[in-house]
Design a protein around this ligand. Structure first.
Ligand code: MEV
Length: 318
């Protein structure tokens, strides 16, 4: 395998939002997620003569070498897995990571960094590997981030396509009809997905029937949402987002600030609004129309959102 000696090699990957089905997806229910192409993680590999791998990132305050990193560090792990996959025994390069995906906010920043690093290293060594292999590596690293990940984050981010996802099923790409705009609003409260997923598991073990019923309802709702995306039923999708939010609240993963954001977004004209990702803090998403998007965004900024973004999902033409 030939090293791309004189050139820097780039890899990048987007963020993601879960539209329906977070948490229930860990318990084998389906979920729907889309990539957020407006925000990305980037990895840049450049050649070095020293027999080391140096890693830098201003965004996540990292300036270290591969050997000095903890064995369970997700970035060390992703480098290790891709080097094994490519049979590279004496790697020499500098890795620079940049990302404009907010960290610990439910937008998939960890998975995006993994995918970007894999792509950049493959390019540097002049190798192409299939997306399924990139996804497998990113999933292994997600286990360090999340403990028992469903795999939805790494899959959405690897394929950069809307997906209808169910654990242990082949990946199903969603082909929505119409164009959908979402306002994403950050509560500014950083979250640890692993802790929230663990807390849901404890509650599920304590009250299995109640939690199973919530997971089942969310699963049903995802099948309905998939249908409504095929029909471009914007109002129907908005209503399902609101129902999903009520179920997430019953699951105990909403919070006062998320409820406030959801309320403000709906009052400002959003068709539907819910938390996205693990919940408690992180981000809220609202489905908006061309007429309501500015008002909804302004209402959320007024409510204290630390960062807002409008992302658009372009489906097939109506
Ligand atoms: C996190 O983005 C989504 C969760 O459903 C966890 C997972 O699917 O691994 C909360």
């Amino acid at each position: 395998m030939k090293q791309n000696k004189n050139k820097t090699s780039l890899g990048s990957a987007p963020g993601k939002i879960i539209l329906f089905g977070e948490h229930a997806v860990v318990y084998n229910q389906p979920a729907i997620a889309i990539p957020v192409l407006d925000i990305r993680a980037q990895a840049e590999i450049s050649p070095t003569d020293e027999a080391v791998v140096q890693i830098h990132s201003n965004d996540i305050q990292l300036n270290t070498s591969f050997d000095a990193m903890d064995k369970q560090d997700p970035i060390r792990k992703v480098i290790e897995l891709i080097l094994i996959k490519l049979s590279i025994r004496q790697p020499k390069f500098n890795l620079l990571i940049k990302s404009d995906i907010p960290v610990a906010a439910g937008l998939g920043s960890g998975a995006a960094v993994s995918v970007a690093v894999v792509k950049a290293i493959c390019k540097f060594y002049g190798h192409t590997i299939p997306l399924t292999s990139i996804n497998e590596i990113a999933y292994e690293v997600e286990k360090i981030h999340h403990g028992t990940p469903s795999g939805i984050d790494n899959t959405t981010i690897t394929y950069e396509t809307p997906i209808f996802y169910q654990k242990n099923h082949p990946v199903e790409f969603l082909m929505p009809k119409g164009t959908y705009s979402f306002v994403i609003a950050n509560t500014g409260i950083q979250i640890k997905t692993k802790d929230i997923v663990d807390a849901v598991r404890q509650r599920f073990e304590y009250e299995p029937q109640r939690y199973q019923a919530i997971f089942d309802d969310i699963g049903q709702l995802c099948f309905s949402a998939k249908q409504k995306f095929c029909e471009a039923d914007y109002h129907g999708i908005g209503e399902l987002m609101n129902e999903n939010q009520s179920l997430l609240k019953n699951m105990g993963v909403s919070s006062q600030i998320l409820e406030e954001f959801v309320g403000f977004a709906r009052d400002a004209g959003a068709l539907g609004a819910k938390l996205s990702g693990a919940g408690v803090g992180g981000n809220m998403i609202a489905l908006v129309t061309d007429e309501s998007k500015k008002k909804v965004r302004e209402a959320l900024i007024k409510a204290g959102a630390t960062h807002t973004l409008i992302t658009t999902l372009e489906g097939k033409n109506e």
